[in-house]
Write a protein that binds this ligand. Structure first.
Ligand code: DAH
Length: 339
């Protein structure tokens, strides 16, 4: 018993949490603990003494348990106090700047397109890149014999045929114009949409890639005119490319517009080039062909509209003087970090 009483003092003067653990074992260990052994000894005592001694042992158990908890608490407070006075943080220390990522040129430009046209009331519409012939060609008034359907340009999808409806032909969309049909055939005019996205053609050299980006626009209303088309495009392109850029419109042929136009941009490149040599084609546009409206269930006598389809990479190449289109897709950080 005296043995047990001495433990209280030992606990109170313990210098570390490890010392406390050792003491706890000495007292409470299941096999050799001082208290455990004392409890075992009870069995040999006569009943009256057994009760008395048992109560005494229970009191010691409580006292020692409490003493352990109190000392543990004291020691941990001490060590926290030491931490706060010894470990100092110098908040004035200057750290090297953390490198920050940024958007790739292409999604960045697409965001700007959505923003600029969004301010003019155009809503963003997106659609599939694997497209049926109907949306990519037929309903856009592109006849079976049109050269754009030629296998030279179009990726016809045949090897996953069993997963696609058997009565339809599929392509990787060759332009974002598919969205004209998808949107116009499911919405009532008036509407204005802008549709950025990836398109695919069998082409690959410094200025052509088998995958590139376009943005399509379409506005349908009661009296939408060529003047509206010109106003919208020139305003938007000035914002996207630069205030002082000069534009011109030429007639061009696209089966889904009538009249069809091409928009050129004068670029401020090499002084040695003639002015004529500096006109660069940006994209096609025009007044939506009545057949296209009809194919979408819209009455061309009541509604009219304009449409345009522009590339994303081309204006970026001019703006940043990027000679090879393929640099956009290599993911080379030395290229990407320049912008
Ligand atoms: N889809 C055409 C192409 O990829 C571009 C185009 C021309 C889109 C005229 C139009 C348009 O909406 O009106 O070459």
């Amino acid at each position: 018993m005296s043995d047990l009483a001495s433990y209280e003092a030992k606990i109170q003067s313990a210098a570390s949490a490890a010392d406390l653990d050792a003491l706890e074992l000495e007292i409470f260990s299941r096999k050799h603990g001082a208290l455990t052994l004392a409890m075992k000894d009870l069995t040999a005592l006569p009943p009256a003494e057994k009760v008395k001694k048992g109560q005494e042992l229970n009191r010691s158990k409580q006292t020692l348990t409490d003493a352990l908890a109190t000392r543990r608490n004291e020691l941990s407070q001490k060590s926290l106090g030491a931490l706060s006075s010894e470990d100092k943080l110098d908040v004035t220390l200057e750290l090297p700047p953390k490198p920050r990522g940024h958007l790739h040129l292409i999604p960045e430009f697409i965001r700007q397109v959505e923003e600029v046209f969004g301010r003019m009331g155009f809503e963003v519409a997106e659609g599939p890149e694997l497209e049926s012939e109907k949306y990519n060609f037929n309903d856009l008034n592109i006849p079976d014999t049109h050269p754009a359907r030629d296998s030279q340009d179009t990726f016809w999808i045949s090897d996953i045929k069993e997963k696609l409806p058997p009565d339809k032909k599929f392509v990787m969309r060759t332009h974002t114009s598919n969205m004209q049909i998808r949107f116009a055939s499911t919405h009532k005019p008036p509407f204005r949409i802008i549709c950025p996205g990836r398109v695919y053609r069998k082409d690959s050299d410094a200025t052509h890639s088998p995958m590139f980006h376009q943005f399509e626009g379409m506005m349908v209303g009661k009296d939408v005119s060529l003047a509206n088309l010109k106003g919208v495009l020139v305003t938007a392109m000035r914002e996207l490319i630069g205030r002082d850029v000069e534009f011109r419109f030429r007639t061009g042929f696209f089966p889904f517009v009538e009249p069809g136009l091409e928009m050129d941009m004068m670029w401020q490149g090499d002084e040695s080039e003639s002015r004529e040599g500096k006109w660069l084609e940006m994209g096609g546009c025009g007044m939506v062909h009545p057949n296209v409206l009809k194919n979408c269930g819209i009455d061309p006598d009541e509604w009219q509209g304009f449409a345009f389809g522009f590339g994303v990479e081309r204006p970026l190449m001019i703006k940043h003087q990027i000679p090879d289109l393929r640099s956009f897709y290599h993911g080379d950080l030395r290229f990407l970090r320049q912008f």
